[in-house]
Design a protein. Structure first.
Ligand SMILES: *[C@@H]1O[C@H](CO)[C@@H](O)[C@H](O)[C@H]1NC(C)=O
Ligand SMILES: *[C@@H]1O[C@H](CO)[C@@H](O)[C@H](O)[C@H]1NC(C)=O
Ligand SMILES: *[C@@H]1O[C@H](CO)[C@@H](O)[C@H](O)[C@H]1NC(C)=O
Ligand SMILES: CC(=O)N[C@H]1CO[C@H](CO)[C@@H](O)[C@@H]1O
Ligand SMILES: CC(=O)N[C@H]1CO[C@H](CO)[C@@H](O)[C@@H]1O
Length: 924
């Protein structure tokens, strides 16, 4: 199946996709775009993964500083109350949830408040006076996602095609999460500014897709046999096991089925770090002689937790870890040794939690461990030795897959899944993925409950259910595993549908139908409410059969309705127009609008709220951009100061006669001091102003030093003038040369009776479309050059007495301008030459083609003529006098050319004046 990847790459021009593996601790992202083949999006420090943290701090001037990912790590330890990380477990959770108190107990100093815009939602209060600088969990995720997008855009700077289309995104999510959690991811992606959300991909599904996409099968492997595999994912926050199967069918298609999951939402790397933290706290309490219930200040606690995390990593390789923290408490240092035995011992009760997800995933599927072909380990914490040891004991060493690059497989698989969503090519049929829900979805209608989608229902399912005869008020509640999460109240159904009537035949009765969907993101929703006329007679049609039966197959009824329709077609066309009070027939299902839902626990973000957040982000982004610009300008100013100081030191002797060195030095010192102490609240423009001030001094010194080595005497200036004039001559003779080679070509064309002007226009266009207008550029620099040369000419013609009165500086400026202009002209001349050669080449190539074509045409004409003559002889007709006309045209054109050539000669005589630009323009 390796070829699937190859195929994706072939069809890439269609999409630029970002596949994101957002973890509790680390985030990874993969890019797929034209020219970018499943590449990991690197951080600025070129790391393949980034911390899922963000530091948000106030600055002195009231600005707000946001630092993302690994770059925020040290800030997070120093300012824990301004650091938000590991919020994955809080997405879709409400303020009252235990997850929040658990979270706060390990995120020292962070303050959570209830969102006043949204009942039950969690917000982080980071101590800003501006209330809009408190951030909800969705906003925190969105900021991270936005930063990923910016980084992707930056990476694609040289790939404008891809850059223009980075709007497709997919993100991996834990497979067990609730509807509210799924909604939180979707809301975050939306406010992060991704225009096209390709979906939420269950982490297990992503890894399985990546695994399956990398399998290679030979003909004999397509044996119709289902093979089971397991993914074991121990991340920072949770542990998950996903059972899946791959069946290679003999028709050379392959099916990947997600079978079941097992999970522990609270056990993972962070729980293990926490266990080490507990050991360290104990050691610290006893070594410092503190009370049992002494609470460490947030910063000390954050440092200790950082130490615990390091210890956990080191203990994966070493048998002990020496921790040393300076001035942790009251200026006292803390030193401790922690051994792998201690680590394992404190987790002895957790050992069962390591393997339980695997047993849970197998439970009820009839699959035993022996039937597993392989177990793919992923997630950072599955590398911990005692975790591996424990897994090997349960599963057998040979079953644990070693070859898979599991660390990035979730991000890769997410991207592949997104690509499949984006493109529904036929190759998707060769590799079918069947994902399913791991929850039960039920509905209650006016208190009566029934199941809609059971655990195991494939994602992307729809069900239409007959709710029975019309009832005036409907209360529809949606449940997930028996937990009510979303409700609708539809009132006055009878009134709303009173204008609709069924057929006169009493056998027809109005009934109400509800449609529910489980979309590809596994979001369960109530999508349609309809009224339809159903014929009595079939058993149970007039009863409510909520619990009981199959949804009514309304298509069965449709043909009868349609028969009637043909006779009363106007009525059916207008049946959905409910604004009219006129009685109408219900011939097809008629929709009733669904009111806004109520949410018993957490409400999703509303549209207006999303808009407010979007504009807040815009504001913050613009401040960030301003700050970056400010920093750059500050650095430039500082560099300019030191450069000027060096320049003064270097040339002090030579310049001290011409200008006041002391004033210059003072300016430098003042500026440096201002930069250091007084510039905090200054706007960008002030820095730029100061840079200009420094730059002026800089240029002055440069001029003086250069002046002393430049020959500014009358003789020197005259030499320069002569050089300039000779270049002018060169340009003119080049122009003439070009002109005459063009004339030659024109004559060649004319001689063959070809239309030169038409070709000329075409070639001009062709050259123009290839890039900038070279002629325009030349015009501009030539004009400037002429002016300068004339000015210099006037100066050197002055009497020596007057010449000596001109300020040296003025002469120098003229000198500088002239030499610069000469360099420019020489460059232009080269460019002009190249462009002319190219043009001549085009003319000549075209000429040959045209002549060839003309010959062929003449030959055909001749044949025709001969035939006509032969015919004419019979009928006695005179041949057409075509040849004469051609000759006439030719003479006319030759005359014209001669005139032009003459005109050019006249110009050439006019020796100093450069060739008339008009002609240059026209001819070149
Ligand atoms: C291949 O065979 C499987 C199993 O019989 C079937 O489900 C699938 O639709 C077939 N695929 C094609 C493309 O025929
Ligand atoms: C149906 O509606 C159309 C306009 O939507 C109207 O022109 C037509 O008269 C209506 N017919 C009946 C039977 O109401
Ligand atoms: C508060 O933040 C918002 C951005 O959401 C900004 O528009 C507003 O100007 C800020 N208010 C103050 C007083 O800075
Ligand atoms: C015109 C026509 O076909 N009318 C039929 C509409 O449907 C009713 C009920 O089935 C029939 O009785 C009518 O004859
Ligand atoms: C039952 C019903 O509305 N029948 C109508 C069908 O359309 C004709 C005109 O085409 C009306 O006369 C009937 O009343």
């Amino acid at each position: 199946m390796k070829f699937f990847i190859a195929f994706y790459l072939l069809t890439l021009s269609l999409a630029a996709i970002l596949g994101i593996d957002y973890g509790q601790q680390f985030t990874k992202a993969v890019m797929l775009a034209p020219g970018v083949q499943f590449e990991i999006l690197l951080t600025e420090e070129a790391r393949r993964k980034d911390l899922s943290s963000i530091s948000i701090r106030p600055e002195k001037n009231g600005e707000i500083e946001r630092v993302y990912g690994s770059a925020a790590q040290s800030l997070c330890t120093r300012f824990p109350h301004h650091c938000i990380g590991g919020i994955k477990s809080l997405l879709g959770k409400s303020f009252q949830d235990r997850d929040l108190s658990d979270y706060l107990s390990t995120h020292f100093g962070l303050k959570a408040i209830e969102d006043e815009d949204r009942t039950n939602a969690i917000k982080f209060d980071l101590g800003f006076a501006n209330q809009s600088f408190a951030f909800s969990v969705e906003e925190v995720l969105a900021m991270t996602l936005k930063e990923l997008k910016n980084r992707a855009l930056k990476n694609l700077d040289e790939n404008p095609v891809a850059k223009a289309i980075v709007d497709d995104v997919a993100i991996s999510v834990p497979p067990y999460i609730t509807q509210e959690q799924r909604q939180a991811y979707i809301d975050a992606l939306e406010i992060a500014g991704y225009k096209n959300i390709l979906g939420l991909v269950d982490e297990g599904t992503a890894v399985a897709i990546n695994y399956a996409s990398n399998q290679k099968y030979e003909q004999k492997d397509y044996d119709n046999k289902k093979k089971f595999h397991m993914i074991y994912d121990m991340g920072a926050g949770s542990t998950k096991a996903t059972l899946f199967s791959i069946t290679p069918f003999s028709n050379l298609t392959t099916k990947l089925e997600l079978e079941n999951i097992g999970f522990d939402v609270a056990f993972g790397g962070q729980a293990l770090t926490q266990s080490i933290y507990n050991i360290l706290i104990e050691k610290l309490t006893s070594s410092f002689g503190l009370d049992e219930d002494f609470e460490l200040p947030p910063r000390a606690a954050a440092r200790l937790l950082e130490g615990a995390e390091k210890a956990k990593i080191i203990l994966s390789a070493n048998s002990d870890y020496h921790l040393s923290l300076e001035s942790i408490l009251d200026e006292k240092d803390f030193k401790a040794v922690i051994t792998r035995e201690e680590f394992e011992e404190i987790n002895i009760d957790n050992m069962v939690r390591i393997t339980k997800p695997i047993m849970d995933a197998l439970h009820g599927t009839g699959v035993s461990i022996n039937e597993l072909q392989s177990v793919i380990l992923t997630g950072g914490s599955s590398r911990i030795p005692f975790v591996q040891k424990h897994l090997a004991t349960l599963l057998g060493e040979q079953r644990i897959a070693k070859t898979v690059n599991a660390d990035e497989s979730c991000a890769l698989g997410t991207t592949i899944k997104a690509f499949r969503e984006k493109t529904s090519f036929s190759f998707n049929k060769d590799f079918v993925v069947e994902d399913k829900t791991y929850h039960n979805y039920e509905v209650s209608v006016n208190g009566e409950e029934f199941s809609v989608f059971e655990k195991g229902t494939p994602a992307d399912s729809t069900k239409r259910i007959n709710l029975g005869e019309l009832i005036d008020d409907l209360s529809i509640e949606l449940f997930e595993d028996g937990r009510y999460f979303k409700g609708y109240t539809v009132e006055n159904v009878l009134d709303k549908t009173s204008s609709l009537t069924c057929n006169d035949d009493k056998a027809y009765k109005k009934q109400i139908f509800a449609t529910f969907t489980l979309d590809s993101n596994k979001i369960f929703s109530f999508t349609k409410l309809e009224v339809e006329c159903i014929k009595e007679g079939k058993d149970g049609f007039f009863k409510k059969f909520l619990n009981k039966e199959e949804p009514v197959d309304f298509e069965e009824e449709a043909p009868e309705a349609e028969e009637n329709e043909s006779t009363n077609s106007t009525a059916s066309v207008n049946a959905t127009d409910s604004s009219s009070r006129k009685s109408r027939k219900v011939l097809r299902p008629v929709s009733i609008s669904i009111p806004r839902p109520q949410y018993p626990s957490l409400k999703p973000m509303s549209r207006p709220l999303k808009q407010r957040v979007t504009s807040k982000f815009k504001y913050l982004d613009s401040r960030d951009e301003y700050k970056i610009a400010l920093d750059n300008t500050k650095n430039r100013l500082e560099a300019a100061c030191y450069q000027l100081r060096n320049l003064i030191d270097e040339h002090e002797e030579r310049i001290s006669d011409e200008l006041s060195v002391d004033n210059f030095r003072e300016l430098v010192s003042e500026t440096i001091e201002w930069l250091e102490f007084d510039s905090d609240d200054s706007p960008l423009s002030e820095f730029e102003d100061k840079i200009r001030q420094i730059q002026i001094r800089h240029d002055e010194i440069h001029a003086i030093t250069k002046m002393s080595t430049t020959d500014l005497s009358l003789e020197g200036m005259t030499k320069l003038y002569e050089e300039g004039s000779s270049i002018m001559m060169k340009i003119q003779s080049k122009m003439l040369e070009f002109g005459s080679s063009i004339s030659e070509i024109r004559q060649k064309y004319d001689k063959e009776g070809l239309d030169f002007d038409k070709e000329n226009d075409r070639i001009k266009l062709q050259l123009l479309s290839k890039g900038e207008d070279k002629m325009m550029r030349l015009d501009r620099s030539l004009g400037k050059y002429k002016d300068l040369l004339t000015q210099l000419g006037e100066t050197v013609q002055l009497n020596e007495k007057y010449f000596n009165k001109i300020a040296k500086r003025e002469l120098f400026d003229t000198y500088e301008a002239m030499t610069e202009s000469i360099v420019q002209m020489l460059a232009d001349l080269v460019m002009l030459d190249e462009s002319h050669q190219e043009r001549m080449q085009l003319f000549n190539t075209k000429f040959e083609k045209l002549v060839e074509r003309k010959k062929q045409k003449e030959f055909r004409e001749k044949l025709k003529q001969e035939k006509a003559n032969a015919d004419g002889e019979k009928q006695g007709e005179v041949p057409i006098q075509e040849d004469e006309d051609v000759e006439h045209e030719q003479t006319e054109q030759t005359e014209q050319t001669e005139q032009e050539t003459q005109q050019q000669d006249n110009n050439a005589e006019n020796s100093f004046e450069p060739v008339d630009e008009e002609i240059v323009h026209d001819e070149l």
